[in-house]
Design a protein around this ligand. Structure first.
Ligand SMILES: CC(C)C[C@H](N)C(=O)O
Length: 413
């Protein structure tokens, strides 16, 4: 991990962050930390098909998409350490064509992964990429896009001293919402626990949700989500453009999967047609077997991680909330779970939390122009806020990989 200042700083969620970054932040989640470290090691130093310096350069390209200075600097140092040529760091134009060809894939996967289709895959395979190399590169990119969200969202980036924070209306300006959302944001953990209890009971009574209900509630949430966006105050972080030379096209960003009234150009990905368990995992096992199991472990660990607590309350089944965060993230990336009633999300995630989750997942670089919002997840323990960020990291990673693997699958199956 890169050297960071040993200062204790407060991130966007008011999390204290020491100097050793990810390890420190995950210290209270050792089960997850272990899976995380194993995968990170395998991707960057294990026996995958790509040479070590290319792996690090790809990680740099990915972290640049979200202006994540912490990761960019960490990976630059590692790139030089494994013998990467210094001049490549001057800009993408100095890197070999093989890496330059990956730029558009990096753009799409970082910001609009649903648009990465089999034609992109074919183009790369016709140039100098083999299937297993491309799969390796995609896994590194997806991991570093999602990790950027985690690093910025937990405040590790701010603690590293490079980020700037500006007062802005961005978070504070959006406190309104439905009465149910307001009650949740004011009542914090107590209201949340009450709602989780109700949903846990309801869930055990009717575990089967009709497909029509899933579809309708998903479409409704998708429209609402498109309306949750940054206010008109244009946010241009000071760091904007810092990495133009390593990853051009700064203006290319996340757009809502489907906006109200607009036709959806790309169909929703239904989990029954493309789930991690049935599709992603088996394809990855064939193309890059070393990481398939590690990723599977990491997803399972993150998804099922629980201490049965919520703030000061113990013996709580928090699955409804954790699942709500996960499925909300997937909704942002156009993935629908066929057994889920999406109206639950509005009962469990208040509007400001949804705004935060959308920002931190889709354009985390914008958080550097906002003030920390200390009232988010009112009553949660510090480690629980980190837990939510683990869910963001993993759900985003899985969504990106599902889109990428679907397109890879078209070319190989
Ligand atoms: C994110 C938190 C509400 C998770 C909770 N502490 C649990 O043990 O499941």
């Amino acid at each position: 991990m890169a050297a960071t200042t040993p200062l204790v700083a407060m991130g966007h969620l008011g999390l204290a962050c020491g100097g050793d970054g990810v390890g420190h932040m995950l210290a209270e989640h050792p089960l997850y930390l272990e899976c995380f470290s194993r995968l990170q090691y395998e991707l960057l130093s294990g026996d995958g098909p790509l040479p070590l310096h290319l792996r690090r350069y790809i990680a740099i390209m990915a972290a640049c998409r979200h202006e994540c200075t912490y990761l960019v600097e960490e990976q630059k140092a590692a790139f030089l350490e494994v013998g990467g040529p210094e001049e490549w760091l001057e800009g993408l134009e100095y890197a070999p064509k093989k890496l330059r060809d990956l730029h558009s894939t990096n753009l799409l996967l970082a910001h609009r992964p649903w648009m990465f289709d089999h034609q992109h895959v074919q183009k790369l395979l016709k140039s100098s990429w083999s299937a297993s190399e491309l799969t390796h590169a995609i896994c590194i990119m997806a991991q570093f896009h999602a990790l950027s969200s985690f690093i910025i969202g937990t405040g590790i980036e701010a603690a590293s001293g490079d980020a700037t924070t500006h007062p802005s209306l961005y978070v504070q300006g959006c406190t309104s919402g439905s009465p149910s959302s307001q009650e949740l944001s004011e009542g914090g953990v107590d209201i949340l626990v009450e709602r989780m209890r109700t949903l846990s009971v309801a869930h055990s009574d009717f575990s089967c949700v009709s497909e029509e209900r899933t579809r309708m509630s998903f479409e409704k949430l998708k429209k609402q989500t498109a309306n949750i966006s940054t206010p008109d105050v244009e946010c241009v972080p000071d760091s904007q453009g810092r990495y133009e030379h390593l990853s051009p096209d700064r203006d290319y960003m996340y757009t809502d999967f489907s906006k109200r009234g607009e036709k959806t150009a790309v169909p929703t990905l239904k989990s029954q047609d493309c789930s991690w368990e049935d599709h992603g995992f088996s394809l990855l096992s064939e193309l890059y077997s070393q990481v398939a199991d590690l990723l599977d472990d990491k997803f399972k660990t993150a998804y099922s991680l629980t201490y049965f607590t919520c703030g000061h309350e113990t013996h709580i089944d928090t699955f409804p909330f954790r699942r709500g965060v996960w499925n909300y993230l997937h909704c942002l990336y156009g993935i629908r779970h066929d057994d889920y009633d999406y109206s639950q999300i509005n009962q469990l995630l208040e509007r400001n939390l949804k705004l935060f989750l959308k920002t931190v997942a889709c354009y985390p670089e914008k958080l550097s122009c906002t003030e920390p919002n200390l009232s988010l997840m009112k009553g949660f323990q510090q480690s629980e806020k980190v837990h939510v960020m683990i869910l963001v990291l993993e759900a985003r990673l899985q969504a990106e990989l599902l889109h990428a693997l679907r397109s890879l699958g078209h070319c190989f199956m």
